[in-house]
Design a protein around this ligand. Structure first.
Ligand code: ADP
Ligand code: MG
Length: 215
């Protein structure tokens, strides 16, 4: 198992972002679906060592991700939602720093080399999303986490990102992808969880509900 969580809880003041979440994530592609505010980003931030849980148990590669965050982050590539990147670097500089840190090569995906000599603060939303996804792959980490890769992008990017995920899966990347929409990755995942209001809910029920709205 790559991730093991037992009764994981995260409280922000009086709000439970996650409440007693127990799950296991193995190799391949795992999808985390759920509406806005359901706790997806919080879960991904805990897995990647950026947020400290309030309660429960979590291990990622058999380590406590919060206590061992400096080690874990060399094994995990993360694309946050909204994208978080060092605005004053060029895309190329940022990607190369990450690749060096993780000791692997750079994958020039999603056309990033077209704009990667530019400083990141000049990027459009679509470019930021593309660079953010590419940054999660830089250095070929053991686990790639993509938080809402389909958020705020046009149709062309939507198709390119779907086909990238398919290629990455074929070459054997382990991935955890969160999405408030289910359709683009529905034929690609190996395992799936659905969150609502911080708790795991029945996946089929959630999919049925969202499909009523065409998502
Ligand atoms: P999702 O990614 O599914 O949209 P989030 O994990 O971002 O959900 O948020 C889950 C809940 O936790 C929401 O109610 C959100 O407002 C709250 N939350 C998330 N981060 C913080 C924070 N840093 N401080 C306070 N509340 C937060
Ligand atoms: Mg989110």
């Amino acid at each position: 198992m790559i991730v093991k969580a037992h009764e994981l809880t995260k409280k922000y003041q009086h709000i439970y972002a996650l409440r007693n979440v127990s799950l296991e994530i193995g190799e391949g592609l795992t999808l985390i679906i759920g509406p806005n505010g359901s706790g997806k980003s919080t879960l991904l931030k805990i897995i990647s060592g950026f947020v400290k849980p309030s309660g429960g148990f979590i291990r990622v590669f058999n380590e406590d991700p919060w206590r061992k965050r400096e080690k874990i982050i060399t094994k995990i590539g993360v694309s946050f939602d909204p994208p978080r990147m060092p605005w004053w670097y060029t895309g190329k500089e940022f990607i190369e720093i990450l690749a060096n840190m993780r000791g692997g090569s750079v994958r020039k995906v999603l056309g990033i080399e077209k704009f990667w000599e530019r400083r990141i603060y000049t990027y459009s939303a679509g470019m930021l999303r593309r660079l953010s996804i590419a940054s999660a792959l830089a250095g070929e980490p053991e686990l790639v986490i993509l938080d809402e890769p389909f958020s705020g992008i046009d149709l062309k990017s939507y198709e390119e990102i779907t086909s990238l995920v398919k290629d990455l899966k074929e070459v054997g990347f382990n991935m955890i992808i969160s999405s408030h929409i289910f359709r683009p990755l529905k034929s690609l995942y190996d395992s799936i969880y659905a969150l609502d209001a911080g708790q795991l809910i029945d996946v089929d029920e959630y999919i049925h509900k969202t499909q009523l709205y065409g998502e």
